[in-house]
Design a protein around this ligand. Structure first.
Ligand code: EPU
Length: 346
């Protein structure tokens, strides 16, 4: 166990937080030994994966950070139609997607280029371009932080929802995912309907994209919209898209006829938080009319996607906390909707 470890390389926001204690796990057995030693009970504990969805609010994390870095991809089953792959939690998510695409396995291609590790993907049921992790999820193994025992969670047991699962809900802080099994198809229709995929394909004269082409197009679209983490700190989408009652939405639509929206199966309506944020702004200060592209010294709102808060360097986690509150307040004041963070505050 190390002490006073700088977490800068372990959080995509790029904040200079320090962990009082830090341990890296390269084998599942090491995690079990750590749990059974009773060490976790002595400290406030944070299980850290890729650090892509986390905001260190303070300069010191006064507890134990357990960094999961277990590697390995194992093919459990192949037949003429399907493949089952077991991936250990510390594998890089975009690498895994690339691997599947190269093999010609369908099921995760629209989730290309999402930064993070495999073990974190089920926790918030990552999603993009009309696909979610749950669509190809078979089951996962997770270790009980109280006992060190491993339990298998079926898809139903994970209770996946929009950016939600049991690991964020009822079982928050109780289990660590150690591996995920995916059920992938050797052939399947591609999902091209979402957002600007079709438009991009048309503009580039691609009529019937291959799996590889779709993957590459999604990487290009994401690169154009989201900051390059090597240059600007961020945690991707900072807020969730709010889901509201149809009646509330109809009221909004009267005032804002162009408001984008997606109908949800249960009669609710999902509204893009990026649009709400773009259409309001700071009431004082720089005089900017929209949050989109707004910046103060160290932090701001990304100019190509208002859902993304950015850290330009030299700032503190609290700068993002304050900015996010101001944005929540101004969205609520204008539209009557309280948007909530997707990012975990630690
Ligand atoms: N929009 C604006 N202004 C903005 C941003 C978006 O008006 O500044 C509007 C767009 O015009 C569009 C709508 O909002 O009509 C949706 O925008 P976009 O397609 O960019 O998707 P999003 O809802 O903002 C979600 C995910 C992303 C994912 C994209 C693509 C959430 C919280 N975010 O964003 O996920 O990549 O769809 O599928 O659901 C992430 O979770 O970190 C993430 C990047």
């Amino acid at each position: 166990m190390k002490t006073n470890v700088n977490l800068l390389p372990y959080n995509s926001f790029g904040f200079d937080a320090v962990a009082r204690y830090f341990v890296e796990i390269n084998e599942v057995s090491e995690l079990q030994t750590l749990i059974q030693s009773g060490e976790l009970q002595k400290h406030k504990t944070l299980i850290l994966s890729g650090g892509n969805n986390i905001l260190f609010q303070n300069e010191v994390f006064d507890g134990l950070v357990v960094y999961i870095n277990t590697k390995g991809v194992e093919v459990l089953h192949v037949d003429e139609n399907e493949v089952v792959v077991r991936v250990r939690a510390g594998e890089d998510w975009p690498n895994f997607v690339r691997f599947c695409v190269e093999k010609g396995w369908h099921g995760v291609e629209n989730l290309a280029h999402i930064p993070g590790k495999v073990g974190a993907a089920p926790v918030q049921n990552i999603g993009a371009y009309g696909m979610e992790l749950k669509d190809s999820f078979l089951q996962c193994k997770a270790m009980d932080l109280a006992t060190g025992e491993t339990k298998i969670f079926s898809k139903e047991e994970c209770r996946f929802g929009y950016r939600e699962s049991i690991f964020k809900g009822d079982l928050k802080g109780q289990f660590v995912i150690t591996s995920v099994d995916f059920l992938l198809k050797k052939s399947a229709p591609l999902h091209l309907d979402y957002g600007n995929i079709k438009a991009y394909l048309e503009q580039n004269g691609i009529e019937a994209p291959t799996l590889q082409q779709l993957h590459d197009v999604i990487c290009t679209i994401r690169d154009a919209k989201l900051p390059n983490l090597k240059q600007i700190g961020s945690a991707g989408s900072f807020f969730k898209n709010p889901v509201i009652e149809a009646a509330q939405f109809e009221g909004l639509q009267k005032d804002y006829p162009n408001i984008p929206h997606y109908d949800e199966p249960n009669g609710m309506v999902k509204v893009p938080a990026g649009w709400l944020i773009e259409h309001c702004g700071p009431s004082t200060g720089s005089g900017a009319i929209s949050w989109k592209g707004w910046r103060d010294e160290h932090v701001g709102v990304y100019d190509k996607q208002a859902l993304v808060l950015v850290h330009y360097g030299g700032g503190k986690g609290q700068d993002i906390v304050e900015l996010s509150r101001k944005i929540q307040d101004s969205v609520e004041a204008k539209f009557g909707i309280r948007i909530s963070p997707e990012v975990n505050f630690v």
